[in-house]
Design a protein around this ligand. Structure first.
Ligand code: ZN
Length: 289
């Protein structure tokens, strides 16, 4: 959806409200208390009232938009800009596009969108055949080796399908590349039923006990890792480009990597509606913008 189409689709709050209701209740409103489908809609309060049990339910209750002072139109545009820009968007650019004088508000919106993406990413473990490697982000050069001073270690996992193309990617910032650390992290990304391909580094020594199968491709030359683990390396370079191109910082590296992987893992869908679904299923712990 291009920007003109987006603006034509959501010209005002009512249009945003209607779309939110459609995405939240695709089969029509269902009362969360008694499951009745008969309800009145009270527009002024953005609330359904069940005709059977009389309970009221706000259309934004228990979602990212819960008790938000930000208009849905602003939220929708922020979501559109974050999701549709392939290279991501900085908080500063977001503030400019939204016409926000106080850029902290834009950073807050973006923070909530990223948290909703993270929450969604964490619901799934990678399955099937998975390439795993460690990468180092930050610093002046981007080596793949261990012991890179001043860089942040990241565990990267990519599930690859029968057509030898990638399905899904996950990243996890880790304190170091020692066996214990890598093992603890890898369990949070990959299902135990997986067949896992690695470069046979010592930090993967216990992978055969964690996963159904561990396929270590012990390398004679470092450049061979691109042959045995092609997708993990392509996604590492793409993620590095994404981060350098937009954010110029690895300070919030995990958040950026969550944003990158959320977008990659949904690249064939309607990103805006997929983000609305993620937002409707996410309730921030802290106060909203
Ligand atoms: Zn009811």
């Amino acid at each position: 959806m291009n920007l003109l189409a987006f603006q034509a689709k959501f010209p005002d709050e009512a249009a945003c409200e209607n779309h939110l209701i459609q995405v939240r209740w695709p089969e029509g409103f269902i009362c969360g208390h008694c499951q009745s489908q008969a309800a009145w809609y009270i527009q002024s309060r953005r609330t359904f009232q069940c005709k059977q049990c009389r309970r009221q339910e706000s259309i934004t209750a228990n979602t990212m938009f819960h008790r938000s002072r930000t208009a849905l139109q602003e939220w929708f545009l922020a979501i559109y800009l974050v999701c549709e820009s392939k290279k991501g968007i900085s908080g500063l650019a977001l503030a400019r596009h939204l016409g926000m004088k106080d850029e902290r508000r834009a950073y807050t919106l973006k923070g909530h969108i990223q948290n909703a993406m993270t929450e969604r990413n964490n619901r799934y473990l990678l399955e099937g055949f998975v390439e795993v490697d460690e990468a180092f982000f930050g610093g002046k050069t981007h080596g793949q080796g261990t012991g890179s001073v001043g860089k942040t270690a990241v565990l990267v996992a990519v599930s690859v399908n029968e057509q030898d193309t990638p399905d899904f990617v996950r990243f996890k910032v880790i304190d170091n590349t020692k066996g214990d650390t890598v093992e603890a992290a890898v369990k949070t990304l990959i299902a135990a039923s997986c067949h896992v391909v690695t470069d046979g580094h010592t930090s993967h020594n216990h992978f055969s006990e964690i996963f159904q199968e561990h396929i270590p491709c012990t390398l004679e030359r470092p450049e061979q890792s691109r042959e045995y683990l092609p997708w993990v390396h392509i996604l590492i370079s793409n993620a590095k480009r994404f981060i350098l191109g937009t954010h110029h910082s690895v300070q919030h590296l995990q958040n950026y990597l969550e944003e990158f992987s959320w977008r990659f893992n949904r690249r064939f869908g309607n990103l805006f509606d997929r983000m609305l679904i993620s937002a409707l299923n996410y309730r921030p712990a802290d106060r909203l913008a």
